[in-house]
Design a protein around this ligand. Structure first.
Ligand code: S3P
Length: 178
């Protein structure tokens, strides 16, 4: 039986490659919820890819767009949100998301993260990085304090999407009083 509070959002955070979008989309499908991926939302609003926003307007502008997006969509009720990996660097973003529901942090080793994103959509923060795995490790070290403040922590290493989604849904079912 599903006893998950329908008003609370389910928010996924974690580094690039941690599976936020794929897992978020599947959770939404399984629970019959609306799904929003904040990067795709920004792309639709601006008519540019995230890489184009970074290249043409800079990371600062991207972070402003990200902040506007978080402020807006955290007002929605009962949806699933996949954030961009750096969203939670901003304390206010974290607070808005926290107030809107549960925050779930997804983890994997830097080598696994890189294997998942290599050759896929361009990640501006890794562009022209000679040692992308090392860079991912550095970014993780900068952000791990924020990721650790999530309500739930999930290790995605060597797991299939459906298995991780089961884990999230079980966690929310057994802890829905949080
Ligand atoms: C970023 C992660 C990206 C995207 C942007 C910045 C980050 O999203 O928001 O390139 O700061 O880690 P994904 O985590 O979906 O790759």
């Amino acid at each position: 039986m599903q006893i998950i509070d329908e008003a609370k959002n389910i928010v996924l955070i974690g580094l690039m490659g941690s599976g936020k979008s794929a897992i978020g989309r599947t959770i939404a499908k399984r629970l019959g919820r609306r799904f929003i991926d904040t990067d795709r939302y920004i792309e639709r609003k601006t008519g540019k890819t995230i890489t184009e926003v970074f290249n043409e307007e800079g990371e600062g502008k991207f972070r402003l767009l990200e902040k506007e997006t978080i402020k807006k969509i955290s007002q929605y009720v009962g949806i699933v949100i996949a954030t961009g990996g750096g969203t939670i660097k901003d304390l206010e973003n974290f607070r808005y998301l926290k107030e809107s529901g549960w925050i779930i942090a997804l983890y994997a080793s830097p080598a696994t993260l890189y294997k998942r994103i290599e050759g896929k959509r361009i990640r501006p923060l890794l562009l022209n990085e000679g040692e992308p795995i090392k860079k991912l490790e550095e970014i993780f070290n900068e952000r791990k304090g924020m990721y650790a403040q999530a309500d739930f922590q999930i290790n995605t290493e060597e797991k299939e999407i459906d298995q991780i989604v089961d884990e999230v849904i079980n966690l929310l079912n057994t802890n829905s009083r949080i």
